[in-house]
Ligand binder design. Structure first.
Ligand code: ZN
Ligand code: ZN
Length: 446
């Protein structure tokens, strides 16, 4: 199938039985009756598509969920499933983004033609409309994929080196081929969050693109596959599988990706060594310096979970004495008077007590660093000693674009600080809010 094509007509040997096991979850008995498979119309405008990887019973299945009914379809193999999911997701995205939405547009027909051994999906829409929208849609997509593919190492899949990878793992900052993407999806969202480079157009916000631009397959693999680069013998000893090539079997790629990200058997571990600054101090400094690669490296290679590092963890460490850690530097003493002032006012950067790395990234005014920390699971609503969230911090210091960014990423404006005030109340304390969009977002939660 061509990526521009909207007519889903497939025929030939490999597709026999694509919808042979078409069944509705709510009516399994009826689904045994092949007669009902002849033709089903689904309104894609109001539908979503879901993968069923977590359910062993539904291996190779995907679901099209419409308001009236859920259809579970089973593909022949993983690549076939990804292709169907890709194309249908593309059609949904296209419809959703379309400003030329027509009343009868976007009805998708499943036809089961067991007699001639072919399955087809045919759209009822008019070709003229599609070509206009394809044009709009593809321009956006081309620029995103052009940016992503231009990053060092991103011309090939990070796992198997297949050319022109069209999928991405957001939290790992890498591009993947369709098959390795399937493996990443199977290992779970807590390990890897996969998205399409060409189809998930909304995901590719400027900060995500900037993050990918700062990382890239080459750099990320130098961390995740550190042992491969350094010493082949050590890999042989550890029984870790060797890097797969594009033609290797799916099971082999699966084994490799499992070893790489779940068992983390190819990472050169970073550990605390007496005499040099601890990992928590080093990550604090790297966030402060907006050193994306160093923060990424420290999080991946550390055995402890550095993402939850707070200021209080590091301020009493002996090595911290010589470091410029912030306003509380002098003597590292907690100053109750200064703290009281913070409780009453918007002078939030007078005390770092209880600050998370995310608070620090906001203080450094870096959306890029915030993006990286959030991708690694930093808590966007974590409060410091004074009950201030990163959102409080941005509002109090007039960083409105950053505040809006945090709100888009799940920051809760309803949290009250130790002074008993919400973000909106703190903002109004500072005078009129000139940013209308920000005001609406904050007011909505009151
Ligand atoms: Zn691959
Ligand atoms: Zn304080």
């Amino acid at each position: 199938m061509s990526s521009q094509s909207y007519h889903y007509t497939r025929s030939g040997e490999q597709n026999i039985g694509m919808f042979g096991r078409f069944r509705s979850r709510h009516n399994r008995a009826a689904s045994l009756n092949e007669d009902i498979l002849d033709c089903c119309a689904v309104d894609l405008c109001t539908s979503t598509i879901k993968m069923d990887a977590e359910d062993i019973d539904l291996r190779l299945c995907f679901r099209i969920i419409s308001p009236s009914k859920s259809y579970t379809l089973q593909a022949e193999n993983e690549a076939d499933r990804m292709e169907w999911v890709n194309k249908i997701t593309g059609a949904i995205t296209l419809l959703f983004n379309s400003q030329f939405l027509q009343p009868h547009y976007g009805r998708l027909h499943f036809e089961n033609k067991n007699s001639d051994g072919g399955a087809s999906l045919a759209s009822q829409s008019e070709d003229s409309n599609i070509s206009v929208m394809d044009g709009i849609y593809s321009r956006e997509v081309v620029s995103v994929s052009k940016i992503l593919r231009g990053i060092p190492g991103n011309g090939i899949c990070a796992e198997c080196s297949a050319p022109e990878p069209e999928w991405a793992s957001l939290n790992h900052g890498i591009l993947l081929c369709i098959e390795c993407c399937g493996v990443h999806r199977n290992i779970g969202v807590h390990i890897s969050k996969v998205r399409s480079v060409t189809l998930d157009v909304r995901v590719w916000e400027p900060t995500i693109l900037e993050l990918f631009d700062n990382l890239g397959n080459a750099y990320c693999n130098s961390i995740w596959e550190g042992l491969l680069v350094v010493d082949d013998e050590r890999v042989a000893e550890s029984n870790a599988p060797m890097k797969p090539c594009p033609t290797d079997a799916f099971q082999y790629k699966e084994k490799y990706i499992q070893a790489k990200y779940v068992e983390k058997s190819l990472i050169i571990r970073e550990e605390d060594i007496p005499g040099i600054p601890s990992l928590s101090i080093r990550i604090w400094q790297a966030v402060q310096a907006i050193n994306v690669r160093e923060v990424y490296r420290l999080i991946v290679t550390s055995k402890s979970n550095l993402i939850n590092t707070i200021y209080d963890d590091i301020v009493h460490q002996a090595e911290a004495k010589d470091l410029n850690l912030g306003p509380m530097d002098e003597g590292h003493q907690h100053d109750p008077e200064a703290c009281l002032r913070i409780k009453e006012t918007n002078e939030t950067d007078r005390c770092f007590r209880g600050w998370s790395l995310l608070h620090l990234a906001c203080h450094s005014d870096s959306a890029l660093m915030i993006e990286l920390l959030l991708q690694f699971g930093a808590d966007v609503n974590m409060c410091d000693y004074h009950g201030r969230t990163p959102l409080h911090l941005c509002i109090s210091s007039g960083k409105n674009p950053l505040a809006k960014f945090l709100l888009r990423r799940g920051a809760k404006p309803s949290v009250k600080d130790a002074g008993g005030l919400t973000v909106l109340e703190r903002a109004m304390e500072m005078g009129a809010i000139t940013d209308e969009e920000l005001f609406i977002k904050l007011a909505e939660s009151q």
